[in-house]
Ligand binder design. Sequence first.
Ligand code: PEP
Ligand code: MN
Length: 353
Amino acid sequence: MELNLEKLKLTKKNKKLIISGPCSAESEEQVLNTALQLAETGQVDVLRAGIWKPRTRPNSFEGIGTIGLNWMQKAKAVTGLPIAVEIANAKHAEEALKYGVDLLWIGARTTVNPFAVQEIADALRGTEANVLVKNPINPDLELWIGGIERIYKAGIRNLGAIHRGFSKFGNSIYRNIPLWQIAQELKERIPDLPIIGDPSHMAGNRELIKPISKKSLELDYDGLMIESHINPDNAWSDAKQQITPKTLSQLLTSLDINRNEEKIQEDELTDLRQQINHIDEELIELISNRMKVAASIGHYKKQNNLNVVQNDRWHEVLDRVIKRGEKGGLRKDFVEKYLTIIHEESINHQVQV
Ligand code: PEP
Ligand code: MN
């Protein structure tokens, strides 16, 4: 597709655009303190915060609302940093522009809805807004491009995309799987479109932010959006994936954002080890969940006077897991050894009840 794009006004030549700030604006103090600490790093170009939060479940924090725009405006005045917020409808777009928001982004839950995107496009018509369109939650490149086109057709030329990964069914080490090839295809289809990586929402945890950031840089993304909070563990949304401004600064330094490729690959081993640590944590959690279920089975068997060890069932489990393991490249005797140990421990948990 031929889009006649100007570069996002905020991007600088040969420099990655770093957008950071809390997932959500929570209080004036939190916004200002985060902004000050981020500005102090000298490594952040734009301050972000969610004001309206479309959440998957209604019992989650849905955003502080317009009052947060006052805090963002103050943060901009105090730090000199341009500010960015998420918009999900025409009213948000108008409010944000009224409060001098420099960069608007359309969230993944909004990009999926062409009516919502069109409404935003109509509200932005005739303005000089900078707009980033996040990928839709489902892996549909056409829907992503459709969203970008709608904004473009409203006359917006300072346009870019944010790659935040796609939702998945079942287990994955990611909160949203990257599916890098989809973003690569977007680059091929609209070569002039800047792409910003959003490692925070892909990872869903702190450990994976760095390897994902690195991968984004290897693919020559134009910038990164990383969530940062002064007190991440107590964040009102996305607590597990937020990092302090200090950690962010260390991360950006270690990534050597604007340096050459060589350096980017240097601590590959450290990153791979971080991934292993994360997987180990998940494994242990899964095994401990398995033992809890085993204990419940133990209760059931006791109540119903059944034997703890039932050979048919054990062979059925073993066969199934061996077949599944083979698909994933695991040797039969390894899976057998592994499952035997798990099974023994499982019996211990069943007998203990
Ligand atoms: C966010 O940026 O905080 C957010 C809600 O992201 P997404 O739309 O990617 O889920
Ligand atoms: Mn978030």
